[in-house]
Design a protein around this ligand. Structure first.
Ligand code: HEM
Length: 359
């Protein structure tokens, strides 16, 4: 027998708790044991463990961005990039993991489905906390009435309060907004030697004055209206009725300008980490959407048009959540406003020298 103080595999991993936490309902009392309920429980538990790891990484990322100043020469931003990448890899795994349920047929599921009602993955608090910490807010959630139920299929009062409290804390989207707003790319002192290619547009920074011209000139005749969206998003020009945007951006105009600038000059080494973080946020959204899509496909196969055990409309609800619950859509949407690399304004030396910036 190993001594008490010696590290022992099952103690270290608390396997007695984890491996003795499966109690299929169909194995209890007079019920007919349904073989596949064990898989159903273990797959959900495995998801919850990975959700826990995602929340752990998100905590770190949020704490970095919550600092008043992020030194670009510190390890912080690089660790954010690295740990965001880990979240993306976990989400990829979670999407693949759904395919395990393909080994359970709809008839196998029916053997124990009624025993679960009204429990459902809808009630996964950790999943809701991931969404909330990233930046999804109750008022923008699809069909948010479902969340407010504390009756059948809804959350317990404790869980509901926990989700609401987390939503009222600062979230990653808000912190990214602040971080981008702080980056001093456009301090006028850094643009003294910049030579404008086009006549200066009133009130615009020399860079944005040129950029607006270049972007406008690059639009084909079917897209000319885009310049109204450009002015709205990057300069909050709200006096224009021709804006075609379906939704007002969640990020401020100043944050959007910094984000576009990073996207444009991503090939400069000094922008690489920031660029990869922005790209990682877009990818996080994409991976969450991939998971939602794969889950819908599996649900369609498993229960067809029936309601979910959690009492929502089932597929209708899930499709709404898929289309509606993107969090970093403003950053993904920046591609609408890019220009060809060969037309990029040349950056002034002062700016390049300063580009080991502190934010
Ligand atoms: C037989 C397998 C499954 C079926 C038939 C199924 C079905 C559903 C349905 C119909 C909903 C909508 C809520 C409701 O009315 O119940 C839902 C939501 C959800 N399920 Fe599943 N599910 C299955 C497996 C899983 C697994 C393995 C997970 C992993 C954790 C999961 C996580 C979720 C989550 C997080 C939601 C909320 C999604 C959102 O709000 O966008 N489900 N599920």
């Amino acid at each position: 027998m190993p001594e008490n103080k010696t590290m022992y595999y099952s103690n270290y991993l608390q396997l007695d708790k984890i491996c003795n936490a499966q109690y299929p309902e169909s194995f209890k009392n007079e019920n007919e044991p349904a073989h596949d309920e064990m898989l159903f429980i273990i797959i959900h538990q495995a998801y919850e463990l990975w959700f826990k790891q995602i929340l752990f990484e998100l905590d770190f990322i949020i704490n970095v961005f919550a600092k008043n100043k992020i030194d670009d020469n510190s390890e912080d931003l690089n660790l954010v990039r690295h740990r965001l990448h880990r979240i993306i890899k976990i989400l990829e795994l979670l999407t693949q993991q759904i395919t395990l349920l393909d080994t359970m047929t709809p008839m196998d599921f029916l053997e124990f489905r009624n025993l679960l009602i009204p429990a459902s993955g809808f009630q996964s608090v950790q999943f809701r906390l991931i969404e909330a910490r990233l930046g999804l807010q109750m008022n923008t959630r699809f069909n948010n009435d479902y969340y407010k139920r504390t009756n059948e299929g809804g959350f317990s009062e404790k869980d509901f309060n926990n989700i609401n409290e987390t939503e009222s804390d600062v979230n990653l989207l808000q912190l990214i907004n602040k971080w981008l707003e702080r980056i001093p790319f456009f301090e006028i002192d850094l643009w003294k030697s910049y030579k404008n290619k086009f006549p200066l547009t009133d009130h615009l920074h020399p860079f944005w004055s040129d950029y607006r011209h270049i972007y406008k000139n690059g639009l084909n005749e079917k897209e000319t209206d885009r310049i109204n969206d450009f002015d709205f998003i990057f300069f909050e020009n709200k006096n224009n009725n021709d804006v075609k945007l379906l939704q007002k951006p969640l990020l401020s105009a100043a944050a959007m300008r910094a984000a576009l600038f990073i996207m444009l000059y991503r090939d400069f080494p000094v922008f690489q980490t920031s660029y990869q973080i922005l790209d990682g946020l877009i990818e996080t959204d994409n991976q969450l959407a991939n998971w939602r899509q794969k889950h819908i496909d599996m649900v369609r196969r498993m229960i067809g048009m029936r309601m979910g055990t959690g009492n929502t409309s089932g597929r209708g609800y899930l499709e709404g959540a898929l289309n509606n619950n993107y969090i970093f859509k403003d950053i993904a949407g920046l591609s609408t406003f890019l220009i060809e690399r060969k037309n990029l304004p040349k950056l002034p030396v002062e700016l390049i020298q300063k580009l080991s910036y502190n934010k």
